[in-house]
Every structure is written in C-alpha cells, then in structure tokens.
Design a protein around this ligand. Structure first.
Ligand SMILES: [Zn+2]
Ligand SMILES: [Zn+2]
Length: 378
C-alpha cells in the first residue's frame, strides 16, 4: 500500500502542469451554478483523454457529469467529487476551481495504478445554493458508490469540520399603498413589517443555541419614499447543527414575521426552500485522510471550538454514502472565503500548492479504501 501511495504521489507530480493549468483556466472563466458549460467541457475532455468513460448531462443536469475508470474489479467504487461553480460578481471566491482540479488530478493518477476497484469523478454543479448534489442523489447518480471524497480550499487545514443544516425562507409582506405624506393613515407599510421582523428575530437570538445562525437581507423595500410600500420582501438563511432543531427555529422565525405583519396590519406569506442537510462525519475516513496529510508533511489545524461552519450539499451526500470533505489551506494567513482576496488566492502559488496537496491526500485516502474492506462503512 505504501508503494502505491508513493507511486500515486509521483503520478500527481507528473500531472502538475496539466492540473494547475486546468484549475487556472476554470478560475479565469467563472460560471454560475448550472451554467458551468466551459468547466464541464474542459474537465470531461481531460478525463476522456486519460481513458475515462465520460457521460455528460447526468441526472438531467446539463453541467453534471460522470467519468468512470474501472480497474480489475467493479468495487470498491470511489467517487471524487468535482465542484466548479463560481459566485456572482466575485468569481471563484470559494475556490471551486481547485476542488475540480484536485479531484480530477487524483482520479487520473489513481486510474494509472491498475487498482482493484473503480474510480469515478462526479461533476456536481451549483453547490452555491443550487444543490446540484441533491438532484443527483434523487436521480440515482450516487447509487453503487462506496465512498465519496473532495477537498475544499480554505485558510486552514481542517480535516473534521462538519457543516450546518440550512433552510432558506423568503418572507413576502403585503400592505396597502397610500401617499406617504398626504394620507399616510390610509396606508399599510409592508417595509415596516419587514424591519419589525428583523427586530423580532434579533430579540430571538439570545434564546437559541450557539450553533444557530440566522442571517437575512431585504430583497424588496418599496419604490419611492412618498409611496407607502405595499410590498416588501426579506430573504433569510436559517442554520443549525441539528436538523430537527432547525425546523423548530424556522417556526420561531416565521412567528417573528407573523407578529411583525400583525402589528402593521399587513399579511405575510412564506416560501421555504429545500435547504441542505448537516454533514454526518465519517471518522474512519477522516482519520485516514489526516494520516495521509501528515505523511505529506501537512499538520492539520485545530478546529475552532465554536462556529466556523457553513452549509453545503455535501451534507446531503453524507447521509447517503460515507464522505470526506476536508479543508486545505491556500492562503498565507487568515482570509475568509467569499471575498475578492480569497478569489486571488485560488489561482496563486499557495493555491497551486494546496491543489497538489489536496489531490495527493485524496488519492492516498482512496488507496486506503481500495485496500480496506471496512474503511468508510456507514
Ligand atoms: Zn462557497
Ligand atoms: Zn465552496
């Protein structure tokens, strides 16, 4: 096994220029979720050139794909997940170009080892809110997969950071138009109801557990100051570690909005999205990845005692197959993702280093899986 790991590291070094170029090309051409046509074409072309059997348009999604390389046996079947969607205005500020290139690099290197199993790259579009992986689960794209892995770029090396369950809710307040100066008493101010809902939610916070995150924006707040707004809309994300508690908190958040509407004489309607599940950690896989990272000379950072978690559709995957989603540092110091500076890091020298470390540690952990009959069992 150690010999195979040494070999896979050498293979990834040999692929260095190819995968860095691929990562940077995706970085320079950011595409939003479900519109990642270029990234999808480039990634599948490379995999096809290296002998993978490629299927595009998987799960009814134009920019999802499956690339398969079958070794001497069908199972274990290890999936490396590739995300490649960018964010509006700030491009690859979550570094998904590195996720795509590291998974593709690891998979190509593994395919050269004559493994007793199958390596699959699943191209999973629209992680930033679109939930591509959830649609792929529903359409059976994860059937027959024994374990799924990916790395995510970060400003730290974290092997066991989970993610929060999330629900998104749109609150639509309806009031009544009136001249805001001449006849304000005839109006019902929908914007005031939105502002009151924010205040109610802020008062609620101190009575919730520390893991809960509630954050919202106003997406519609009227058209002109001299018209009493008859329509206003707020858009919130509500998150918690425990999925059942999240539903309780969501009801409390709705009550905050209902109370606000009642106080103004307005009406409120809700639209609740599907959301993402929390990440169920697989400790055996986490430990295997950690050992491989250490063997590469990278010491994992200590995870924060509280907070530091977002949400991802990898959470949903973790309830279907064993998953790892460790974080690999691509920055010199502390730097939040979803910032312009993080986008720069995603194509920097440190970003390239993180990409190679990620690809190597993923491939080494896949070798552990091929060699073990129990690792990664749910
Ligand atoms: Zn992100
Ligand atoms: Zn991300």
């Amino acid at each position: 096994m150690e010999r195979l790991k040494e070999e896979v590291i050498k293979l990834i070094e040999g692929l260095r220029d190819e995968i860095i170029e691929l990562s940077d090309r995706i970085h320079k051409n950011p595409e939003l979720g479900f519109e990642e046509h270029k990234a999808c074409a480039w990634l599948t072309d490379v995999l096809s050139e290296h002998g993978f059997e490629v299927e595009r348009g998987v799960a009814g999604l134009e920019t999802a794909f499956r690339a398969t390389f079958t070794g001497s046996r069908e199972h274990p079947k290890v999936a490396l997940l590739a995300e490649y969607d960018a964010l509006p205005e700030i491009g690859h500020a979550c570094g998904h170009n590195i996720i795509a290139a590291s998974s593709v690099g690891a998979a190509i290197a593994l395919s050269k080892l004559n493994l007793p199993g199958t390596v699959v790259v699943l191209g999973t579009p629209a992680e930033e809110g679109g939930g591509g992986k959830i649609i792929m689960i529903e359409q059976g794209a994860f059937k027959g997969i024994d374990a799924a892995m990916m790395i995510h770029p970060s400003d730290q090396n974290l092997v066991s950071k989970g993610s929060l369950a999330i629900k998104e809710i749109r609150m639509k307040f309806k009031g009544k138009l009136a001249h805001a100066a001449a006849k304000p008493e005839k109006g019902i101010n929908a914007l005031d109801a939105v502002i009151q809902a924010f205040n109610n939610i802020n008062a609620l916070r101190q009575h919730l557990t520390e893991d809960v995150r509630i954050h919202g924006i106003i997406t519609h707040g009227g058209v002109k100051p001299n018209i009493v707004p008859d329509y206003a809309e707020a858009y919130f994300y509500v998150r918690a570690l425990d999925e059942n508690y999240l539903l309780e908190v969501l009801e409390k958040v709705k009550n905050c909005a209902k109370g606000a509407a009642l106080a103004q004489g307005a009406k409120v309607e809700f639209e609740v999205g599907r959301g993402y599940r929390s990440h169920k950690l697989n400790h055996a896989l986490v430990e295997a990845f950690k050992a491989n990272l250490l063997a590469l000379g990278v010491k994992p950072d200590r995870p924060p005692e509280h907070g530091g978690m977002g949400s991802s559709d990898i959470g949903d995957v973790s309830h279907v197959v064993p998953v790892i989603h460790p974080y690999i540092s691509i920055t010199e110091g502390e730097l939040p993702s979803h910032s312009r500076e993080f986008a720069e890091a995603a194509c920097s020298e440190k970003g390239h280093q993180g990409l190679l470390i990620g690809a190597k540690a993923l491939a080494m952990t896949a070798i552990d899986l091929y060699a073990s009959s129990t690792l990664g069992r749910l």
